[in-house]
Design a protein around this ligand. Sequence first.
Ligand SMILES: [Zn+2]
Ligand SMILES: [Zn+2]
Length: 141
Amino acid sequence: MSKAATILDHYDLRKTKCREDVLRFFISNAELALSQQEIFYHLQQHYDRATLYRTLKAFDEKGMIHRVNLAGSETKYALDQAVLKEKDRFQSHIHFQCEKCEKTVCLSEFPIYEPSLPAGYEKTKSEFLITGTCKECNSTA
Ligand SMILES: [Zn+2]
Ligand SMILES: [Zn+2]
């Protein structure tokens, strides 16, 4: 069984070709957050948008991917490292957005240390997005 198929099994998702292909695309871009457009563009010859959208929704509901909200209301999706490493716990981590190549990277080895909040404040979620230039762009400069 392929890696993608094994993961779908693990998350109790019925195996469809679309789910396997989308998952494979995420696996081959591990550590990168992908926009819906990138995913649609890569797979649009094979599947319609509604099918791809449902697939992303299913992965999201299972907690296999997480959203990265960028400036200007753009959202990207990234595979949780827990999916690949078979860890159960997802850890909030820093995201890095490159201003040159526009790649968004999951810095999953860099967890977010949550500041404590003043009394009376209750957290729903926190995000930590750093912008700058990434390793690849800096090495070709
Ligand atoms: Zn870059
Ligand atoms: Zn991430």
